[in-house]
Design a protein around this ligand. Structure first.
Ligand SMILES: CC(C)(COP(=O)(O)OP(=O)(O)OC[C@H]1O[C@@H](n2cnc3c(N)ncnc32)[C@H](O)[C@@H]1OP(=O)(O)O)[C@@H](O)C(=O)NCCC(=O)NCCS
Length: 181
């Protein structure tokens, strides 16, 4: 199945296209976004294209990357990915084979509940339509915003392991334990 457009109360989640690389590079280059998502490294266009291409490779399986907009607006609020947890599984092998949601919003749109809303939509889609029995998540331990977002929606901690830059906290959410569906 192809990756669909998803709609929530205030947001439209639009499947990413290859021409979105420049917009995503601009989002991912924001200091508050790249701090943990890219271990604070520069996000070149080449890196953005490479991440985007990995997401586009998943689109025919129904997941990948969505761009987050408000209806009838062209401003990019952020993005949400649903991708195999390949990098995380290098540090926590029990995550291998699971899909992992990752949310990033432009800082002026933090604290409006948008991450929670977009994540809830993608979790419902992953559990109900893709029939995933469970999903995983990972954050750098100092990333308090991500931790609160994940716990609020029901993810529970699996482990803490040493990551490339910071300690990583890993999480699981099972379909039958999710309040998102
Ligand atoms: C993580 C992120 C998506 C949260 O976005 P958001 O829209 O502000 O989150 P929401 O408004 O839906 O709030 C979710 C919870 O996170 C909390 N939160 C959000 N930003 C926070 C911050 N800077 N510090 C502490 N808590 C924060 C909210 O208070 C809320 O919890 P609560 O209702 O228990 O108070 C956003 O901070 C971001 O884009 N960060 C940069 C990218 C990133 O690191 N992503 C995570 C990768 S795993």
């Amino acid at each position: 199945m192809n990756q669909p457009t998803l709609y929530s109360k205030r947001l439209i989640l639009q499947p990413a296209q290859s021409e979105d690389a420049v917009s995503l590079q601009a989002l991912w280059s924001r200091p508050e976004v790249r701090r943990y998502l890219f271990d604070n490294k520069d996000v070149s266009l080449q890196l953005a294209e490479s991440v985007l291409n990995s997401a586009l490779d998943c689109a025919s399986s129904g997941y990948g990357m969505w761009l987050i907009y408000q209806p009838h607006q062209t401003e990019l609020l952020g993005c949400i990915g649903l991708m195999p947890a390949e990098t995380a599984a290098q540090y926590e092998p029990t995550l291998a084979g699971l899909l992992e949601p990752i949310v990033a919003l432009a800082v002026e749109h933090w604290h409006k509940g948008y991450a929670n809303e977009a994540l809830a939509k993608v979790l419902t889609y992953a559990f109900e339509t893709l029939e995933q029995p469970s999903l995983c998540a990972v954050n750098d331990v100092p990333n308090v915003a991500s931790e609160r977002m994940l716990k609020k929606i029901g993810f529970t901690i699996v482990s803490e392991v040493q990551g490339p830059e910071y300690k990583l906290r890993t999480y699981l959410l099972q379909r039958d334990k999710s309040s998102a569906i």
